[in-house]
Design a protein. Structure first.
Length: 424
């Protein structure tokens, strides 16, 4: 949805007078203006195949790192019409949730079935750790620790203390909360923003990015997202927004390259009026003209001062992005950004090689129009070795072309190579 900015009702006479001497902006410069429907908030996330798979990856990784016999997580869920969802709200605040389905506990474990051998099942050796999300108890991690008396064949140099185990389980719980936040952002992308902009994969680079976003969410300074085309700047901005705001509040985005000369004042007034209490995401700030940039800098300085005196409901969180991760910036802009923002670097797809298969399979489901096919191992290796100049956008274009040309359920390397030539 787009709009043409107007002066807000509470603008000053001076602002109105200045606008009569400057051309009104007639291009749509803002996107993602959505009705604030609190009922659309992500009150639960689906415990589907991908969620279970990702959870098992995290649990198995912790099992190997920390020398555990078994690690499981119990999650409070609601089952409705045969589908299981993780509850993200407190029943006391939203008691209607009990009416939509049966509340139960669901267990995901590193062992199938969860119960380990009977001789290892000892309440004295099991350690539990709570998993909390936004002040609510979602469930518990349950760990069985290796014991030299029970596992005589295992070489254990140091038997971890209870405090060591709880520290390690806390790290696992933080990873699980990161997964839940990602699924909550996915829910908003689909049901609030109406698109498919969300992270897919579980590479080390993506997990580190999640942690960086968690850290930056508490920053008092605006965030500057540095990423190349197709790296997911809009996803990162929404993730920051979701981390800061658990409820549905305005998220407004605008491309600075679309702003007309001498229109920055009226544009910014309208954008801030719409984004009040939420987030304003200004894309490609390096594409602003010199005059519009000076207006933006003065406007941000004024709003920063106001933020210290007004409540959060009246303030606006600002997020910037550059058109490219290492865009060449004028010295004055570089200096201003270094003082007034905090950087968030996004990895390119070649730095997320572990995610390529997940992304490819996702695009096959989305773009193949019901056609199912897979790739030979040689073709998969070709995909993973490609530099991907346009990142995820380039991969999606390739899968769209491949879907139209694939005649067999197994795509081989020659067909793939022929289509990849156009991506170089």
């Amino acid at each position: 949805m787009t709009y043409e900015p107007e002066l807000p009702a509470n603008s000053s006479p001076a602002d109105a007078a200045s606008s009569t001497h400057k051309p009104l902006h007639h291009k749509p410069v803002a996107k993602a203006i959505h009705p604030l429907n609190q009922a659309a908030n992500a009150k639960w996330v689906p415990i589907n195949k991908s969620f279970i798979t990702l959870t098992r990856i995290i649990l198995k990784s912790a099992l190997e790192r920390f020398g555990l016999v078994n690690l499981a997580i119990t999650l409070r869920c609601v089952t409705q019409q045969g589908y299981r969802h993780l509850i993200l709200v407190n029943d006391d605040r939203d008691i209607q949730i009990a009416a939509v389905g049966r509340v139960e506990e669901f267990i995901i474990s590193t062992e199938m079935p969860m119960t380990p051998p009977a001789e290892r099942l000892s309440a004295a050796e099991a350690v539990t750790f709570p998993v909390d999300f936004q002040g609510q108890r979602l469930g518990y991690l349950v760990a069985l620790v290796r014991n030299p008396r029970v596992d005589p064949g295992d070489e254990i140099q140091d038997h971890p203390s209870a405090s060591d185990i709880k520290y390690r389980l806390n790290r696992v719980a933080e990873e699980m909360v990161g997964v839940i936040k990602r699924y909550q952002t996915r829910y908003r992308a689909i049901y609030v923003y109406g698109d498919q902009c969300y992270w897919i994969g579980n590479s080390a680079a993506l997990r580190q990015l999640d942690q960086r976003i968690d850290t930056l969410a508490s920053s008092a300074l605006p965030i500057l997202i540095r990423g190349n085309k197709g790296a997911g700047k809009i996803i990162a901005a929404r993730a920051l927004h979701c981390e800061r705001h658990t409820e549905i509040v305005p998220f407004i985005e605008s491309g600075c390259h679309e702003w007309e000369e001498d229109a920055a004042t009226s544009i910014l007034q309208a954008l801030f009026a719409y984004a009040k209490g939420g987030t304003l995401f200004l894309r490609s700030v390096d594409k602003l003209s010199g005059e519009n940039l000076r207006v933006l800098q003065a406007f941000c300085t004024q709003r920063t001062l106001e933020k210290t005196t007004k409540g959060h409901a009246e303030s606006v969180d600002i997020i910037f992005s550059l058109s490219r991760r290492d865009a060449e910036l004028p010295a004055s802009l570089q200096r201003w950004l270094s003082i007034n923002t905090v950087d968030l670097y996004l990895p390119d797809l070649r730095e997320r090689q572990e995610d390529i298969r997940d992304l490819t399979r996702f695009f096959i489901r989305e773009c193949a129009l019901g056609k199912e096919f897979d790739l030979t191992e040689s073709a998969w290796q070709q995909l993973e070795a490609f530099p991907w100049t346009d990142n995820v956008e380039g991969l999606k274009r390739l899968i769209v072309q491949l879907s139209a040309r694939a005649e067999h359920p197994l795509v081989d390397r020659p067909l793939l190579e022929g289509l990849m030539v156009s991506l170089d």
